[in-house]
Ligand binder design. Structure first.
Ligand code: IVH
Length: 704
């Protein structure tokens, strides 16, 4: 690539042609390196190609190709790594959110061990590092392999990458013949900031937080990339061992430290819960100055013999618990309120915030839920959120809990700007001008425009092509928006006639900006492949209000094939009679979902759109999944508290699809309690009964 034109001098035509050449060259280099293990160009040449590609894309963003090589960097696909079966399972920790829950942890341990409340019982307390866990196996003092946690049983082989981390010794002296050291790979704040500056300078996307950066760096197929990333490692546990490390947790950690592992200096021995809670507060105070992210404090029974007696539940040890910190908070100014119109017509207010860092992530918007939330009063006029209404210009407190959308926790009325007016929630759709109404008992105002509302139509199409629905390669949200805007795709059925209309003739897809012969053909082919679609996926893809992924699969399983379902839905139209009773009687259904389903199919325009679509499809009937091998088959599980990643109905359906029985109350027959924030009496009862309690993440890990 010598003699190339400076990026600033390139004409658009030249840039376009060069992006094609670069995509080919980088693709070929990737293939040679990763798939064939036979690099054809040097790392420096490769870097030069990717940098040039990024620079051209930065100058001509609209020329960025759908197969741009810059979209293909980052975390490598897991298939790229070999698998390692953990000799000893890598477990997760159950969580405590309050002092009382920590006390319950201590009580249940004493009960299990038959210890009196006043008998001495020592615990270690140490920071919970917010990174990713790694298991490193040493045989005769030599590092043999390193694996991520994966599903706890089988992890990814990241040995070459782990070897590049300075905190991970290659050779150990005075270690047992077999020693699996476990701990957390993390990235320090200063290193994270510097990495993001480099990423941006190279035209690459910055990482959202140090944990993502650590995970993305460790899970690189190219260990040289990992080497260039400043990863660190704290050892805090072990797996397979040929001889015990020590008699207590504290001594074992000290032993790991003496054989050259970094262990956390804030690990301390505490006597009983008072000492644990005291150390928790000290660590919480130091949190901001530690220089790396932690998200709680882990308590472990110190005596390893007692740990052995306490043993494990299915995914968590009985002898340890993570005491999580509350969600992080930050104050900032509310600069505006936007109204977004969703797939089902819901008008969702979004807070536009002056950017602020919350828990290491820059936040510039937050959900405001609905108009009542903004007004601080519910439909009945009762106060919510303390009754303070939210106005543009207000000083608001934002919080993030885990990876969920930021929310407003509070506002400071003393800082309200003079003349700030109460927010007037629109009663017309900002996108199509149709009336926006609130139905009785619904906190949400909805646009009544249906498919004539461009926002609803586009959102429906985006949902239709999304990963859990039709998942058409090359047809993502961005493309759908462009096709909709230009009138090429207005309804789902249009996707399946795209090739007929724009494959040949005057106007052709391959001649469109950003498309070429290959990408157009690839898209047509990807669409062809999705003409055959499972019943449940199709139903979910239609985006009917209240009918989520799990519910769609449940309905599909109940009726078996599409024609039977259509006949039943039509027969249920009066919202009474045997067909209606059958529909409502489906486990987990309920009248709200059933009404929404029947109404959608009875609505003329919507039904015409569905029928036009299905005429292009082969719909595969639904069959019951095989649950043999499912870790929860035959188990009785209970959900309590707030679930953040899915609705209760979805969680229930997923559990049932995996062969579990979902119950509403905890009893001695309960095998597992999945407790989210706010869990109350059920969690307490489970603790009393010695029932295993895990959080939503651990549950998701368990069911894969
Ligand atoms: S002990 C058998 N100690 O937290 C229990 N885990 O939420 C082994 N973690 O998967 C884990 N800091 O990745 C332990 N000081 C610490 C930890 C820690 C972070 C992670 C670990 C674990 C997860 C559970």
């Amino acid at each position: 690539m010598t003699g190339k034109v400076a990026v600033t001098e390139l004409t658009e035509e030249q840039a376009k042609a060069e992006l094609v050449r670069l995509a080919l060259a980088i693709g070929k280099a990737n293939d040679a390196y990763h798939a064939k293990d036979a690099p054809e160009i040097s790392d420096a040449e490769y870097d030069a190609l990717t940098l040039r590609n990024a620079a051209i894309e930065a100058r001509f963003p609209h020329l960025k190709r759908s197969d741009s090589p810059s979209e293909q960097v980052g975390a490598a696909p897991s298939e790229g790594f070999g698998k390692i079966q953990h000799k000893v399972r890598m477990l997760s920790l159950s969580n405590a959110f309050t002092d009382e829950e920590v006390e319950e942890f201590d009580t249940s341990i004493r009960k299990y061990l038959g210890l009196a409340p006043e008998a001495p019982l020592a615990y270690t307390a140490e920071p919970k590092i917010d990174g990713l866990s790694l298991s490193i196996r040493y045989e005769n003092g030599r590092l043999v392999h390193a694996a991520t946690r994966g599903d706890g049983e089988v992890g990814e082989n990241v040995t070459a990458n782990a070897r590049t981390i300075a905190d991970i010794p290659e050779q150990l002296d005075a270690a047992p013949d077999v020693l699996e050291v476990r701990g957390e790979v993390y990235m320090a704040h200063a290193d994270f900031d510097a990495l993001n500056i480099r990423q941006e300078a190279q035209g690459q996307k910055p990482f959202a937080n140090p944990r993502n950066a650590a995970a993305g760096s460790l899970r690189q197929l190219d260990a040289e990339i990992t080497r260039a990333r400043p990863l660190k490692f704290f050892a805090y546990a072990w797996g397979d061992l040929s001889a015990p490390l020590a008699e207590t947790q504290m001594e074992a950690i000290n032993r790991l430290n003496s054989i050259r592992f970094s262990t956390n200096p804030l690990t301390e021995l505490c006597d009983g819960t008072a000492g644990m809670l005291d150390h928790y507060r000290q660590i919480e105070q130091q949190r901001a100055t530690l220089g790396y992210d932690i998200d709680g404090v882990v308590y472990k029974v110190n005596d390893l013999a007692l740990q052995g007696r306490l043993g494990f539940r299915s995914t968590t040890p009985r002898w340890a618990i993570a005491h999580k910190f509350p969600a992080e908070l930050a104050w900032t100014r509310l600069e505006g309120i936007d109204i977004q119109v969703g797939r089902t017509g819901a008008l969702s207010p979004v807070a536009r915030l002056h950017p602020v860092t919350v828990g290491g992530v820059v936040v510039s918007n937050a959900t405001l839920h609905n108009e009542d939330y903004i007004a601080g009063r519910d439909a009945k006029g009762d106060e919510i959120r303390g009754g303070k209404d939210i106005r543009i210009g207000d000083w608001v407190q934002v919080y993030r809990a885990g990876d969920v959308i930021p929310k407003i926790a509070d506002l400071d009325l003393s800082k309200r700007p003079e003349g700030a007016e109460p927010f007037q929630f629109p009663n017309r759709c900002p996108e199509c001008g149709s009336e926006a109404i609130r139905e009785d008992g619904d906190a949400v105002r909805r646009c009544t425009g249906g498919l004539i509302c461009p926002a609803q139509a586009v959102e429906k199409l985006k949902h239709f092509v999304s990963r859990a629905a039709f998942d058409i390669e090359g047809l993502g949200a961005k493309q759908v928006e462009q096709f909709y805007r230009d009138g090429w795709i207005k309804t789902p059925a249009d996707i399946f006639t795209l090739q007929d209309r724009y494959g040949t003739g005057k106007q052709q897809l391959k001649n469109r900006e950003g498309w070429g012969d290959k990408s157009a053909n690839n898209l047509f082919q990807a669409i062809e492949e999705k003409r055959k679609i499972p019943f449940g996926k199709l139903l979910f893809a239609l985006g009917i209000r209240h009918v989520g992924e799990a519910a769609s699969n449940m309905i599909a399983l109940h009726y078996g094939d599409w024609d039977t379902f259509i006949a039943a839905i039509d027969a249920a139209k009066p919202l009474e009679g045997p067909a209606w009773d059958e529909l409502v009687g489906i486990d987990g259904m309920g009248t709200i979902m059933a009404t929404s389903l029947v109404t959608a199919f009875a609505q003329e325009a919507e039904r015409a759109s569905i029928d036009a679509l299905t005429a292009h499809l082969t719909i595969e009937p639904a069959t019951r999944p095989d649950t043999t091998g499912s870790p929860v088959a035959g188990k009785t599980v209970v959900f309590t508290g707030t679930l953040e990643k899915m609705t209760r109905a979805e969680a229930k359906a997923r559990a049932e699809a995996m062969g579990a029985k979902v119950s509403g109350s905890v009893s001695s027959k309960t095998d597992l309690l999945i407790a989210g924030p706010g869990a109350g009496s059920k969690a307490k009862k489970a603790a009393d009964l010695g029932v295993e309690v895990i959080d939503e993440d651990a549950w998701l890990d368990l069911i894969g």
